[in-house]
Design a protein around this ligand. Sequence first.
Ligand code: HPA
Length: 239
Amino acid sequence: MTPHNEAKAGDYAEAVLLPGDPLRAKWIAETFLEDAKLVNSVRNCLGYTGFWNGTRISVQATGMGQPSTGIYVHELLNTYGVKTLIRVGTCGGITTKIKVRDIVLGISASTDSATNTSVFAPYIYAPAADFELLRSAADYAASQMIEYHVGGLVSSDTFYVDEPARAYEVLARHGVLAVEMEASTIYTLAARFDAKALAICAVSDCLITDEDLDAESRQSTLDTMIDIALNVAARETTG
Ligand code: HPA
């Protein structure tokens, strides 16, 4: 147990899907997992463990943003022995190279968060995805004819950015495809504690064109994202 998590040792599977939204964690558990059990409800930050095609897999909400995410991820890695973290969430496109509905596999996660600046000074650390997870996700997506992109994410501490097209323009010119709010701390902590991490994001809106998803497309894109994540998680699970 921790101050933020009432689960007992062994309650989490080796691989954990990480949505931001607690109700999305519940939806994933109830829709995709068999025999899913609630393992955490402290602060309503719901966590579940169940089975997918016979493989034990967990899902834990992180809340929004890196400070919240860092707490859950630190504890999953240190207290609960989790080995593989797969973020599943939405992102906003910052380039016309990607469209709403597409899937972005985040090869790197730049950030404006002070958490990393202070830890790595005088260096600027480059949080990166685990190569095997990334390859596994890309191979699976290609085999299913899923429209996916491999590129940079930026994990911003601010959702309501003033003039986003202008604010993100320099990042877009340097290979960053989309903005979200959690991947950078997940990649950093996975590297610190010898675990593997990947962010699989569904493009829910475009900050350049202001396009966003209707409810039906949003649901099918989320289903696709979870399908990739579960396949990658199952391939990673050893026993
Ligand atoms: N900003 C940050 N995170 C997001 C966005 C956004 O515009 N869209 C989806 N996740």
